[in-house]
Design a protein around this ligand. Structure first.
Ligand code: ZN
Length: 515
């Protein structure tokens, strides 16, 4: 049966059409996990946690089984023999990425998948309790188990030729990136960042941040945040902005991109920067060609680092820039009748938004010192995976490095090596993507400024459409057609480099700190 709105039913489907249907079905299952995960972090009652864990595990194993099924393998092989697919540049790129995902998924024995899922659930639980009690010894055995399982996982995935164990794990987040390349770029970045941070620390200038504690009711902050996000181009008919303890962006599928932020009555711009960050992720999700390509690589983000480049661009390059505040502060004054807000000036706010000061906590760190936090984690996770650093020695190694890099004493492991959730869930290879986000954002930003010479005036007028249009055309529209290193070369004409980020930081921090 078909009516006039249904596509004609073909009795002989091409393998590629059948494969796309399978992938859409798998993506639909995964999108259920996405919606459940969002609900878990926002509105779910706490007592529903055990049921939610079962729901998530049931849905994700269905999706995994379907992806590794023999039928999907046969369809991929049939498509690879079909010149109608391989002869088309887009579809060939799509198919290569499908093959890549299918192979990685099938290389993992189901027993290891299950062991990893259990160890990470137990690890996160133990981490929460151990962090609460500042008891690293209670968490250490879980970390040992997770490292062991991830070494096994890397072996199953296969270490690329000339590469190392870490590369096999990094591939989950940054396809095509290698630890050796990260070392090269991070070492160069560190070489210039450390003296810059030292010069800032020694500068007599201290931007005024007291205005951040002007109290502003949550409802008024929420209304202001929403108006900024609308102006940025975030489509609220296909998205939401809610509240959670840790802000995130979850996009289950086409037409559904959900952001969260957190409000504090004594941090005037804190929620705004968090919202703009997540909206950067959300704009990428809304800009991907998902409607036509749901479940297909060309409809997905190319890497975690590129995703982070989008969020950091809106949060930092736009949202901490002077042109942005020349537009946003008058908006805020118009919406908020608080006298202390009315008395603010752009110069004070802009300087206060760009304070650089060492912080023990990664997520509270500024644009410059943040990267030292990431390099520390990258080096220590490499050393733990290779066995050069015993888990028992992690706290000492961490504290030494914080002292050397940031000049701070770590008062407790809870504020030190147990501050982040990533290792407790077995995510090794994730941390570098944050600094990759900063690096890609800076490198793209330099190109954008050259290609959009009136960018500052547009932002000053609250017109973000040219910037969003550029990102849509150059980043979002491609999905996974290019890997992150390929995309970087394509957009900027250069391989990944530390130089644009250093140049950007110098240009901004120069007038603020006289460095
Ligand atoms: Zn992010």
């Amino acid at each position: 049966m078909s009516d006039s709105t249904s596509p004609p039913v073909s009795t002989v489907d091409s393998p590629y059409a059948e494969l796309q249907r399978e992938l859409r079905h798998i993506a639909t299952l995964q999108s259920i996990s996405g919606t459940l995960g969002w609900d878990q972090e926002t509105y779910m009652p706490p007592a529903a946690a055990p049921l939610r864990a079962e729901q998530l595990s049931a849905v994700s194993s269905l999706a995994h089984e379907r992806l590794i099924s023999a039928r999907v393998g046969e369809l991929i092989a049939a498509c690879e023999a079909d010149t109608a697919v391989t002869g088309d540049e887009d579809e060939a790129a799509n198919l290569r990425a499908i093959r890549h995902d299918h192979e990685r998924a099938t290389r993992l024995p189901t027993s290891l998948v299950r062991e990893l899922a259990e160890a990470s659930a137990l690890g996160m639980h133990a981490w929460r309790e151990a962090r609460e009690r500042n008891d690293f010894a209670a968490f250490a055995p879980h970390l040992v188990t997770l490292l062991g399982l991830n070494r096994q996982r890397a072996e199953c995935m296969g270490v690329p030729e000339g590469g190392e164990t870490y590369d096999a794990l990094l591939e989950d987040y940054e396809p095509g990136m290698r630890a050796a390349e990260l070392r090269r770029v991070f070492t160069a970045l560190r070489g210039e960042l450390t003296p810059l941070i030292r010069a800032v620390a020694e500068s007599p200038h201290r931007p005024d941040t007291s205005w951040q504690s002007i109290p502003l009711a949550v409802e008024r902050q929420a209304a202001f945040n929403r108006s900024v996000l609308e102006r940025m181009g975030f489509d609220f008919s296909a998205g939401r902005l809610d509240v959670s303890a840790h802000p995130f962006c979850e996009s289950p599928g086409p037409g559904d991109t959900r952001l969260t932020t957190r409000y504090s009555e004594d941090e005037l711009a804190g929620a705004l920067t968090a919202s703009m960050h997540e909206a950067g992720h959300g704009l990428y999700e809304q800009g991907l060609p998902k409607a036509a390509r749901f479940g297909q690589p060309l409809g997905e983000a190319t890497s975690t680092g590129i995703h982070e480049s989008q969020s950091r661009m809106w949060e930092n390059f736009v949202g901490r820039g002077r042109p942005f505040w020349e537009w946003a502060l008058p908006q805020m004054k118009r919406d908020v009748e608080v006298p202390a807000v009315q008395a603010l000036d752009v110069e004070t706010v802009w300087r206060g938004m760009n304070v650089v000061a060492p912080n023990l906590v990664r997520i509270e760190s500024d644009e410059a010192t943040y990267n030292l936090h990431i390099m520390l984690r990258f080096d220590l996770e490499l050393a733990m995976l290779s066995g050069d650093l015993a888990v028992a020695d992690l706290p000492g190694a961490w504290n030494d490095r914080i002292r050397a890099d940031l000049g701070l004493e770590v008062p407790s492991d809870a504020m030190g090596c147990m501050q982040d959730i990533h290792w407790s869930m077995g995510a090794f290879g994730y941390f570098p993507t944050y600094t990759l986000g900063n690096l890609y954002a800076a490198q793209f930003w330099a190109t954008i400024r050259a290609e959009l010479p009136s960018l500052d005036e547009e932002i000053r007028a609250g017109d973000f459409a040219p910037l969003l249009g550029w990102l849509r055309a150059n980043v979002h529209a491609h999905g996974r057609r290019y890997t992150a290193p390929e995309l970087c070369r394509r957009i900027t004409g250069q391989p990944l480099s530390h130089e644009p980020l250093i140049a950007y930081l110098r240009e901004k921090l120069g007038p603020i700190y006289g460095v």
